[in-house]
Design a binder for this molecule. Structure first.
Ligand code: AMX
Length: 408
């Protein structure tokens, strides 16, 4: 039974809308936005259990939802937290390795290297090499995923403090949830723990065709373990058309502010900078999307937080200004299929406000969140016996032949 057809435009145009992936973990509707396990973002934030005093659910309860499809009880979420907390310790060789990397290396490179370096710990690879039944693949894949997920926020915080805070590392707290531990290790006060929870949940998954999810899934389909696969996925996330856009938004805004040299930006001035960017052949970061055709609900969720906690933040005011200015210009420019903001137009604002001004770090934060989704997916890939990924190529001559025939 067919679920779609592929035309020449799709074959040479990045496979847009070609239906060839299956996942039940999230689904992206072009107009409605993302649903995680069938739940919209507001539903996820409302239904998952929260610890007393926290505005947002724990990452651990969200992990349970992604893996099982069910809303956990507080006890179940606590069981995940306890499991993660036993696996938080980062091997010393990873810290030593990160210290040896030149400090001007992009933090995404450091992040990906750290994960790849830990591949020697992979239970999946070890058990595979000892001869494992394919019916059991998912179990060590799950164990590896939990090992990685428990460590990622701490690795990210280590990279941040090593690179930007003069190597003043803060040891993990082994009793609190991921959000609180991350804020603690970054050295940032409340409500940054809630920023971390919201940030990681919103960036977790965007169905399977986005570059970081697809790269992870593709590499895992060769029976590479979770370490190899996630490292590959994060390398895809590091591209400016994908996760790096989160830093590009702040870079673009700061460039505007510097050029204005103390003059307060107005909508008229912003319009000029937007047009200048487009005329110089560049994209406006944080706007447009390969699938979405309306404002990204992840943008809305961040905006809601900003309205509550940082309504007078200068950068927040400018991003709001861009919300009014950019869409009509992109409309007039006539190229982008979606003129509305994506998650990256708003995500960096929060980080900037809470003191993370080193915006090349933002994609690492995106990566911690994205790991939740892509790791859940590759566990299920193995449980469902998904095969080696291998789409077919055609030649340009074949396409020309097909085009000729369809004209005659
Ligand atoms: N500014 C200027 N031009 C844009 C644009 C933008 N924000 N968004 C799309 N366009 C242009 C494209 O470059 C393309 O031009 P071309 O025909 O000359 O190559 C044309 O509009 C059609 O593109 P599209 O079909 O609407 O989008 P796409 O699926 O090819 O790409 C995306 C989607 C996100 C890469 C693109 O909108 C973009 O480059 N946006 C800016 C970067 C960004 O915000 N990326 C983050 C995406 C979300 C994420 O992964 N975190």
């Amino acid at each position: 039974m067919k679920i779609g057809e592929v035309n020449i435009g799709q074959a040479i145009g990045g496979g847009r809308d070609v239906k060839m992936l299956v996942t039940d973990i999230s689904y992206l509707d072009p107009m409605e936005g993302i649903r995680f396990r069938g739940f919209t973002i507001p539903e996820v934030l409302q239904k998952l259990p929260k610890d007393a005093g926290n505005e947002y659910p724990s990452i651990e309860s969200f992990w349970w939802l992604l893996i099982s499809g069910e809303i956990p009880t507080q006890e179940e979420a606590l069981a995940v937290r306890n499991e993660f907390n036993t696996k938080k310790i980062i091997p010393q060789y990873v810290i030593d390795l990160l210290r040896r990397i030149p400090r001007d290396t992009h933090p995404m490179t450091m992040f990906s290297i750290a994960i790849l370096a830990m591949q020697r710990e992979s239970k999946f690879s070890r058990e595979y090499s000892h001869g494992m039944s394919k019916h059991d693949y998912w179990k060590p894949m799950y164990d590896d995923a939990v090992e990685i997920m428990a460590k990622l926020p701490s690795i990210a915080a280590y990279i941040y403090r090593m690179k930007y805070r003069n190597d003043t590392l803060i040891a993990p707290n082994y009793t609190v949830d991921i959000g609180a531990n991350f804020a603690h290790m970054m050295g940032i006060e409340k409500p940054y723990d809630d920023v971390a929870r919201l940030y990681f949940i919103l960036h977790s998954d965007h169905e399977s065709g986005n570059a970081s999810a697809y790269a992870t899934h593709l590499v895992a389909s060769t029976l590479s373990d979770a370490y190899y696969s996630l490292s590959a996925g994060l390398n895809a996330l590091a591209g400016p058309l994908h996760g790096l856009a989160t830093q590009e938004v702040l870079r673009w805004l700061n460039d505007v502010i510097n050029k204005l040299d103390g003059v307060e930006p107005t909508e008229e001035l912003m319009k000029k900078f937007v047009w200048d960017t487009l005329k110089s052949g560049k994209v406006i970061p944080g706007f447009g999307h390969a699938v979405l055709r309306k404002t990204d609900p992840r943008y809305d969720a961040f905006r809601e937080f900003s309205l509550k906690y940082l309504p007078n933040d200068q950068i927040f005011k400018y991003t709001n200004m861009l919300f009014n200015v950019v869409p009509p210009i992109l409309e007039e420019h006539g190229k982008a299929k979606n003129v509305w903001p994506n998650v990256d137009a708003q995500s960096g604002v929060l980080q900037w406000h809470y003191g993370i001004k080193e915006y090349d770090f933002y994609t690492v934060l995106f990566g911690v969140g994205r790991a939740l989704g892509v790791l859940s997916n590759i566990i299920w890939d193995r449980a469902l016996y998904y095969p080696l990924e291998r789409p077919k190529s055609v030649t340009t001559a074949m396409l020309e032949e097909i085009a000729k025939k369809s004209i005659i």
